[in-house]
Design a binder for this molecule. Structure first.
Ligand SMILES: [Zn+2]
Length: 292
């Protein structure tokens, strides 16, 4: 991409409303005047207030309409206000995960999908203890990286494939917490029937077979095992949690690690312990499902 194209693309919000993409087809079948008058009809005559969304356009097609708009006095489109907030929230959550001891400075990656379908993902090779908003990658709804200067996390494919598969979730956290990672190596499951919190928050945990980190194979395994479950232990690697919000995914990761630590202590204690019985678990699930 030429420098000028790149500069323009960075400044303009890359989305076009479908009715305009049809009308102004960028092959000069429709004049710019027709295009502009359609925009004015929809948004009124004040050019300074127009917001033109340019969507799904490759750079070659994008350049001309953007230049035409600029020449004709249209203001550049500002990025959505909340986009910065979303990047900041993802960065803040990543720093919180590190501070909580749930991952190392180089390990782990997290993402969030907003209501427009944009995905915000931590960049590769960043210090997770002090990651900043500008180190969060933005993907559009077609998984195109709108921040090409940032290198996506090595597990970006895992995040994107899960989002494609799970319309019901909006946040993914992958990290390497010490006790959960210990159980990813031990040939023993984490028992969640030990406290109400573990049974309520964790429920059934998916077991994800080993595959080399950063590979499509690992991404596919995670997708396969997390079709309905929201928590997975990745063999000889770490953990992954999904949620409707980043806070929910964070809560699941923290409770998972907390429960793994209790399980490990129980192993060390090497003594009898009381486990929640079937009726007690059923009662917790009823509470969870709002039945009682
Ligand atoms: Zn990892």
């Amino acid at each position: 991409m030429k420098k000028i194209e790149k500069k323009i693309m960075e400044k303009w919000y890359l989305e076009i409303l479908p009715e305009f993409s049809v009308l102004y087809d960028y092959k000069n079948k429709v004049t710019f005047t027709d295009f502009a008058s359609a925009i004015e009809k929809k948004y009124g005559g004040d050019k300074t207030k127009h917001i033109i969304f340019l969507k799904n356009m490759d750079s070659k097609n994008l350049l001309k309409p953007v230049l035409d708009l600029m020449k004709n006095g249209y203001k550049k489109v500002e990025k959505k206000q909340d986009e910065g907030k979303e990047r900041e929230f993802v960065a803040e959550t990543m720093r919180r995960i590190y501070k909580q001891g749930l991952t190392t400075i180089s390990g782990g990656n997290i993402s969030f999908r907003n209501s427009d379908g944009f995905i915000f993902l931590t960049a590769s090779q960043t210090d997770k203890s002090c990651i900043k908003a500008e180190q969060i990658i933005i993907f559009d709804q077609n998984y195109k990286n709108l921040t090409p200067d940032l290198k996506p996390s090595m597990e970006s494919s895992m995040h994107l494939k899960i989002y494609k598969n799970r319309a019901d979730i909006s946040a993914i956290i992958h990290s390497h917490p010490i006790y959960t990672s210990t159980f990813s190596i031990l040939k023993q499951k984490i028992n969640t029937a030990i406290t109400g919190e573990a049974a309520y928050i964790l429920g059934e945990i998916a077991e994800i077979n080993y595959a080399l980190m950063g590979t499509e194979e690992l991404a596919d395994l995670c997708c396969k095992e997390l079709q309905t479950k929201n928590i997975g232990i990745m063999r000889n690697h770490g953990a992954i949690t999904l949620g409707k919000t980043l806070t929910e995914a964070f809560d699941r990761m923290e409770v998972l690690e907390f429960t793994a630590k209790i399980n490990f202590n129980l192993l060390l204690a090497n003594s009898e312990y009381s486990q929640l019985n079937d009726n007690q678990i059923k009662e917790i699930l009823k509470l969870k499902n709002g039945i009682i």
